[in-house]
Design a protein around this ligand. Structure first.
Ligand SMILES: Nc1ncnc2c1ncn2[C@@H]1O[C@H](COP(=O)(O)OP(=O)(O)OP(=O)(O)O)[C@@H](O)[C@H]1O
Ligand SMILES: [Mg+2]
Length: 279
């Protein structure tokens, strides 16, 4: 569905995206993880043709962005990192404008908007102005808007930033439903649990380069399934093992408070990027 070949973007002396290669299959839910400034948004913006690439190729569903810009645009839905709804328009009007832009007929538009508002559970707030929506409601409306023209590939740049735990879980269900309907999704997030729960595969990107790419389970296996965590010399130490027995054996000689737990995708992230995640 999506193929990136040696995709590169520089801003002056800074190489934001550096010969990035990636292939996402039809129906796959793929997660982009990486520290601030890693190049995630720049990549998403190049795929969505908002930012021009310097070099490399982008193919969406077999169409090259360079040769088939219009058909590529029709196949992609984008939810950008920053909210850009029309604040003085209602939810309905925000969707209607996009429907008109994509040339949907009046009745088709009405049906699609009804369907999407019901999907994001905002049917009863259809006439409220977007500026009066809560953060979570705005994010959901952004997703509905990106789905108006029935894209095949959905690009989501930090869809749940700023949402409370309940709203985030609801958003995850909404995204799982999209996947079950066959949509291909590329998601960036700083909530690593989100990637672990939703994504078939994740790519770790750092300084514009893909440094790891695999299923969450395989990445966790690679660092070690079990971690011994303890505090020493003013910092938390983490040592990884394949089994609980090995971990317990190591932990028994540690004199400070020690915790043995299962590894998670956040451990993978920290190990490979060597930085704490900050959103
Ligand atoms: N328009 C621009 N002009 C100059 N530099 C830019 C521009 N857009 C992005 N950059 C730089 O490119 C690098 C990658 O930025 P990008 O927004 O892609 O990171 P990101 O991975 O999305 O980070 P975050 O997690 O903070 O959203 C950063 O160093 C950023 O400052
Ligand atoms: Mg970003």
């Amino acid at each position: 569905m999506l193929k990136l070949v040696d995709l590169t973007k520089t801003f002056g002396k800074l190489t934001a995206v550096d010969h990035l290669n990636l292939e996402i299959k039809d129906g796959e839910f793929f997660g982009f993880l990486g520290p601030n400034g890693a190049g995630k948004t720049t990549t998403v913006r190049m795929i969505s043709t908002i930012t021009a690439k310097d070099s490399g190729d982008i193919e969406v569903d077999g169409d090259s962005v360079d040769r088939n810009l219009t058909s590529v645009k029709a196949k992609i839905g984008v939810v950008p990192q920053m909210n850009n709804l029309e604040p003085e328009m209602s939810a309905w009007e925000n969707l209607e404008v996009i429907g008109i832009l994509y040339g949907l007929k009046k009745e088709e538009r009405r049906q699609r908007i009804e369907e999407l508002l019901s999907f994001i559970e905002l049917s009863d707030r259809r006439d409220s102005l977007a500026k009066t929506y809560s953060g979570g409601m705005k994010r959901k409306l952004m997703i509905a808007r990106a789905l108006m023209h029935k894209p095949k590939l959905l690009l989501l740049d930090e869809p749940t930033v700023g949402l409370d735990a309940g709203a985030r879980r609801k958003m995850w269900d909404l995204l799982k439903n999209l996947k079950n309907d066959g949509l291909t999704v590329l998601l960036t997030t700083h909530y690593i649990e989100e990637a672990e729960i939703l994504c078939d595969r994740v790519g770790l990107i750092n300084k514009g380069k893909m440094i790891q790419i695999d299923t969450p389970a395989n990445l966790i296996d690679e660092v070690g399934k079990v971690v011994v965590e303890y505090f020493e010399n003013g910092a938390t130490q983490e040592v990884f093992f394949d089994t609980r027995d090995q971990a317990a054996n190591y932990a028994k000689d540690i004199e400070t408070d020690v915790r043995i737990r299962s590894s998670n995708l956040e451990d993978v992230f920290l190990k490979f990027t060597n930085r704490r995640v900050e959103s």
